[in-house]
Design a protein around this ligand. Sequence first.
Ligand code: SF4
Ligand code: SF4
Length: 307
Amino acid sequence: MILTNKIVIEKAKSLGFDLVGFAKAEILGEETIFLEKWLKSGYQAGMSYMERNIEKRKNIINILPDVKSVISLGTNYYTDENYSNDDGTGKVSRYAWGKDYHLIIWEKLDKLETELKKIDPNYECKFYVDTGPVMDKVWANRAGLGWLAKNSNIINKDFGSWIFLSTIITNYEFEYNEPIEDWCGTCTTCIDACPTQAIIEPYVIDSNKCISYLTIENKGDIPETFKGKFDNWVFGCDVCQDVCPWNIKFSQVTFEKDFYPVSGNKEIKLDKVTKMETNDFKNRFANSPIKRAKLKGLKRNALHLKN
Ligand code: SF4
Ligand code: SF4
């Protein structure tokens, strides 16, 4: 039997994906130029992995020689919960409140591959959940999931930007969606609200200034110039998403219970972090995205807020 868009959408939705779109595999021209300019400016800060595999990012034929299409998927993770802002706690970015989304989405993608191969054994694919040499946001836009907004997130008209993206590269041909036009308009709310002025111009984030980078990927110290500017974020930052009118109006609560906050992981007690031992950290955050910062990074963040 031949796979169709309808079959893929039905199977993906039955596994819990909220958004599914299809784009023709093509060489990425201006998107690669934008990436190269961003890298040349040093805005990737310490994320040197962004500099690798440019040829694969540009042309996904370098990942899968027989590639014909990209399937972009979105998974809504918004929960109707908020911070209590208790004294002595630091805020954790919404995406990291629950179980590690990589584990959840990889499992769904694995199952989807198995189901689709059962229908047509000729179906071949490679998939990624925000790691890997693919420009997931570019493909999400081309596949009709949303537009690449001024805060550099993909915004979907039904869910806002609280969505995890995943990308499937496949040898299969489908019917293709149209890219979504930009609906940011004249709004600059995210740029104005960013606590560290990290959105240096619309669509351009300087990671050297971004709290999200400084508290997660950053392996070094947090520069003194940011003292008092972190708005109490201990892991990540959601300000540019929290203030976005599309999120305020259109967020929907997820059906995925694993994205709901694990007790104590929405806000973290700073004292507990500064006294934490390696084994406690490993046990507590084994299934959480918070482990990405490592104990050393989380302690650094806690001390930055406390001192
Ligand atoms: S995540 Fe926070 S620091 Fe980074 S650009 Fe958005 S608002 Fe600014
Ligand atoms: S806050 Fe405004 S400019 Fe920023 S992403 Fe949302 S709509 Fe676009």
